[in-house]
Design a protein around this ligand. Structure first.
Ligand SMILES: Cc1cc2nc3c(=O)[nH]c(=O)nc-3n(C[C@H](O)[C@H](O)[C@H](O)COP(=O)(O)OP(=O)(O)OC[C@H]3O[C@@H](n4cnc5c(N)ncnc54)[C@H](O)[C@@H]3O)c2cc1C
Length: 482
C-alpha cells in the first residue's frame, strides 16, 4: 500500500497557504486549519490593506509634489490650496481596501481547495501526548460552534502569524486609539493623527495619512525614523517627511494614550503631552503562539514567545515545523511563504535549499520607497562583510529630472577583490520594482562588470544602477591598486 503523508498546517497566511499548495503538489494529504480566513493577516489586515491604502496616498503625493513643476494647473478655489481641491473620501478608500482584501482571501481559498487541500475553520493547537508510535501527532481544532475535532498528522506546520502589541496604558478603542488592523473602519480622515512608533509600519502609515491630508505627528523613541534601515535612506525619508510638514519627534517615548471626548492625549516619558484627534499605535507585534500546546509538545520558544527554527523550518520537536511571523525570523510575507515551502520540501523528502536571508528583497512603502537587498551598511561597518560602496543620488539621473524627482539614491555594495555584488539600496518612487535587478545580481553572484554591461533603457531611473556598477568597477580597481 502506498503511504500518503498527512500534513496539517495551523494558520492560513502566506506561511501556511503557500506550504499547503506545495505539499498538495508533492502528493501529500493536506489540511489547513485557520481561524480568520485564508490569506491570513497578510491579506486581511496587514500587508494587502496597507498597500491598497498607500496606492491612493501615492497618487496624492505624486500629484501634490510635482504638479506645479510639471506645468499642471489646478482650478484654484479662493480659500483652498491644491491638496484640498483634490481631497480624499476615506470611507470610499476603506471600502475599496476591504473589498480587495476579501476578494483576495476568496481567490486564495479557491486555489487551495482546487489543489485538493481540506480547509477547516477554527483554532488549531497541538494535542497532548507527543508523538504516537507511528511518529504521528494529534492536532485539535476548536471549531466556532464549540465542537473539537481531532486530526492526525505525520508532520505539522505552525504558521500562526502575529498580532499588534498593545501598551498597558494605551489600550485601543477602535475609534480614536487604533491599531493598524482597525484603521480601515474609519469613515473620515483623522484631522490630527499621532502615530506612535517609527519602524516600517509607523513610517508607512504616517507617510500615507500625511499624503491623504491628515496633520501627522510621528513619535519615535529612537534618534531617527526607521532605525533598522539603511541610515542614508532613513535620513532622506525623515527629511522629506519634515519638508512636507510632518512633526517628527525623535527620542520621544510614548508612555500612555488617553481618549478625552473626541480627542486623544499622548503622554511622553519626558513629561510632554501631545494632542490630536486620533492615535495609531505601531509598536511591534506579538507572535500567536500562546495556548497552543507548543511547549508541552517540546517546541522551544524564545523570550519573546517566537518559535525557534533552523534554516529548513524545523522546530525542536520532531515532525513539527514552523514558518512566518510566529518565528520572528524576518517578518515579511515573502519570507513566511519561503519558510513554509522549505518546511514542506523537507518534510516530504524533496530537494531543499535552506533559507538564505542574504538574498531577501524588502521594501518600505513610503514616498520615496526604500528597497533593500543583501548585506547592509551596518554589516560593512561592523566588519561582517568587506565591501566597497558607491552611492549615486538620483538628482543626476535624467529620467528623475524629467519626472521632478529630487530625493533618493541608488547604493551598491560589492566585494573588493571579485566585484561580486553583495547588496544594494534604492530610495526612489517605485524602488520596490527597481530593486529586482540588484536582487538578481545578489542571488546569482553577478559581478559589477556584469551588471554594468547589461543595457538599460535611456532615459530610465534604473540607468543609475548600471552607472553605480560602472563606478564600482573603477573604484574597485583603484582600491585594489592602493
Ligand atoms: C501593516 C503591515 C504591513 C505589512 N506590509 C508588508 C508588505 O508590504 N510586504 C511584506 O512582505 N510583508 C508585509 N508585512 C508583514 C506580513 O504581513 C507578515 O510577514 C505576514 O503576514 C506573515 O505571514 P504568516 O503566514 O506568518 O502569518 P499571517 O499572515 O499573520 O497569518 C496567520 C494566520 O493564522 C491564523 N491563526 C493564528 N492562530 C491560529 C490558530 N491557533 N489556529 C488557526 N489559525 C490561527 C490567523 O488568524 C491568520 O489567518 C506587513 C505587516 C504589517 C503589520
Amino acid at each position: 500500500m502506498v503511504h500518503v503523508t498527512r500534513i496539517v498546517i495551523i494558520g492560513g497566511g502566506p506561511g501556511g497557504y503557500e506550504a499547503a499548495l506545495v505539499a498538495a503538489q508533492l502528493g501529500a494529504e493536506v489540511t489547513v486549519v485557520d481561524r480568520d480566513g485564508l490569506g491570513g493577516s497578510a491579506v486581511l489586515t496587514d500587508c494587502v490593506p496597507s498597500k491598497t491604502l498607500i496606492a491612493t496616498a501615492e497618487v496624492m503625493t505624486t500629484f501634490d509634489s510635482s504638479y506645479e513643476e510639471l506645468g499642471i494647473t489646478v482650478a484654484q478655489d479662493e480659500a483652498a490650496d491644491a491638496a484640498k481641491v483634490i481631497g480624499v473620501d476615506l470611507g470610499k478608500v476603506n471600502r475599496r481596501v476591504k473589498r480587495l482584501a476579501i476578494a483576495q482571501s476568496h481567490d486564495i481559498t479557491q486555489s487551495v481547495t482546487r489543489a485538493g487541500v481540506t480547509v477547516l475553520r477554527g483554532r488549531g493547537r497541538l494535542g497532548g501526548g507527543g508523538q504516537a508510535v507511528d511518529g504521528s501527532r494529534e492536532v485539535l481544532v476548536d471549531a466556532p460552534d464549540g465542537t473539537v475535532q481531532s486530526v492526525r498528522a505525520d508532520a505539522v506546520l505552525i504558521a500562526t502569524g502575529a498580532h499588534p502589541r498593545e501598551l498597558p496604558d494605551a489600550q485601543p478603542d477602535g475609534e480614536r486609539v487604533l491599531t493598524w488592523t482597525q484603521v480601515y473602519d474609519l469613515e473620515e480622515l483623522p484631522r490630527e493623527l499621532i502615530v506612535v512608533g517609527s519602524g516600517v509600519t509607523g513610517a508607512e502609515f504616517a507617510g500615507a495619512y500625511q499624503a491623504l491630508g491628515s496633520k501627522v505627528t510621528l513619535v519615535s523613541s529612537r534618534d531617527r525614523v526607521l532605525p533598522g534601515e539603511d541610515p542614508d535612506a532613513a535620513e532622506v525619508l525623515e527629511d522629506v517627511f519634515r519638508r512636507r510638514g510632518m512633526n517628527v519627534m525623535g527620542r520621544s517615548r510614548a508612555e500612555s494614550v488617553k481618549r478625552i471626548g473626541d480627542r486623544v492625549e499622548v503622554a511622553l516619558a519626558d513629561g510632554k503631552v501631545i494632542e490630536g484627534t486620533h492615535c495609531l499605535m505601531a509598536v511591534g507585534s506579538i507572535p500567536n503562539t500562546a495556548e497552543m500546546g507548543l511547549e508541552e509538545a517540546g517546541v522551544k520558544l524564545n523570550d519573546w514567545g517566537q518559535i525557534q527554527v533552523d534554516r529548513v523550518s524545523r522546530t525542536s520537536a520532531p515532525g513539527v515545523y514552523a514558518a512566518g511571523d510566529c518565528t520572528g525570523v524576518f517578518m515579511l510575507a515573502s519570507v513566511a511563504a519561503m519558510q513554509g515551502r522549505i518546511a514542506m520540501y523537507h518534510a516530504l523528502g524533496d530537494a531543499v535549499q535552506p533559507l538564505n536571508l542574504k538574498t531577501v528583497a524588502s521594501n518600505v512603502f513610503t514616498d520615496p520607497e526604500i528597497a533593500t537587498v543583501g548585506y547592509t551598511a551596518a554589516d560593512v561597518e561592523c566588519g561582517k562583510m568587506d565591501a566597497v560602496v558607491v552611492k549615486l543620488p538620483l538628482r543626476g539621473n535624467p529620467r528623475a529630472k524629467m519626472q521632478g524627482i529630487r530625493d533618493g539614491f541608488v547604493k551598491l555594495f560589492c566585494r573588493p577583490g571579485t566585484g561580486i555584488v553583495v547588496g544594494g539600496v534604492v530610495v526612489a518612487p517605485r524602488a520596490s520594482e527597481l530593486i529586482h535587478p540588484i536582487a538578481l545580481a545578489v542571488d546569482a553572484n553577478l559581478t559589477v562588470e556584469q551588471v554594468a554591461s547589461a543595457f538599460t533603457v535611456y532615459p530610465s531611473v534604473s540607468g543609475s544602477t548600471a552607472e553605480a556598477a560602472r563606478q564600482l568597477h573603477i573604484r574597485k580597481r583603484v582600491e585594489g591598486e592602493s
